[in-house]
Design a binder for this molecule. Structure first.
Ligand code: ADP
Ligand code: ADP
Length: 218
């Protein structure tokens, strides 16, 4: 069952820049796909198209779900809101009752390992903890498809590794499908069931390989 399916996707921006060409890519339930490639090869554009923020200029994009989570590199938290209030934001915008959204946020905060920090403000948190908060906020949507745009890009190596492990644990519990962008091949291989390599300008998929999950994770 495919959650997102790109077929012959090309993207030309109004200023004439062609960011993507001939992209075919499918993410199915249970898969965690990483897209790796150098800066400027169109990775973010691909993700923005998957999320509906951008419309492809050619080809088709079919979505198998409306429950899509999206996490960016800068954690985009509201600075005046506590962790709890930041995590409740999406449910609040969806007009969910107060009690239900508080409970949902509590579960998400627990899942990302931030229990005890509900009342903290973003500026009191480390970069890793801000990313966890952002992840918790998206988890309240109970996404079936989770899009990650270099979520650990601004973090140091050790934090990246730790959060990568946490993400795998959360993936194991929630079983959302993932489409994860990174420029780190090591991170891609470590995290995913399939690695898609992009390159060039405009960006194309130049290679795809399945990862033997049992090997890198043991
Ligand atoms: P990556 O995420 O791999 O670094 P991007 O998807 O951000 O690559 O960008 C791919 C190419 O498209 C780049 O050349 C970038 O400058 C260009 N680009 C991205 N967004 C726009 C836009 N809104 N208008 C024009 N060009 C853009
Ligand atoms: P960073 O890697 O940016 O420092 P982390 O999420 O790894 O961010 O956390 C940094 C520090 O914050 C940890 O070393 C720990 O001291 C504290 N911390 C993070 N999460 C928790 C937690 N759930 N409980 C207690 N302390 C935590």
């Amino acid at each position: 069952e495919s959650l997102v399916d790109f077929s012959g996707v090309a993207m030309q921006f109004p200023n004439g820049t062609v960011a993507l060409s001939g992209v075919d890519l499918t993410v199915r339930r249970g898969e965690f796909v990483t897209v790796v490639g150098p800066s400027g090869c169109g990775k973010s554009t691909l993700l923005r198209i998957a999320s509906g923020l951008e419309t492809a200029s050619e080809g088709t994009v079919a979505l198998g779900t409306k429950r899509i989570g999206y996490v960016f590199q800068d954690a985009t938290l509201l600075p005046w809101r506590t962790v709890q209030a930041n995590v409740e934001l999406l449910a609040e915008l969806n007009k969910q009752p107060k009690k239900a959204r508080a409970e949902q946020a509590r579960q998400a905060i627990e899942l990302v390992g931030l229990a005890g920090f509900e009342k903290s403000l973003p500026k009191q948190l480390s970069g890793g903890m801000r990313m966890r908060t952002s992840l918790a906020r998206s988890l309240t949507l109970d996404p079936e498809l989770f899009l990650f745009d270099e979520p650990f890009g601004a973090l140091d190596e050790i934090t990246r590794e730790r959060l990568g492990d946490e993400l795998l644990r959360i993936f194991g519990e929630r079983r959302f499908a993932g489409l994860f962008i990174t420029h780190s091949v090591a991170e891609a291989v470590y995290l995913s069931t399939r690695v898609v390599v992009m390159s060039g300008r405009p960006g194309r998929i130049v290679d795809t390989f399945e990862v033997d999950q049992a090997y890198p994770r043991d």
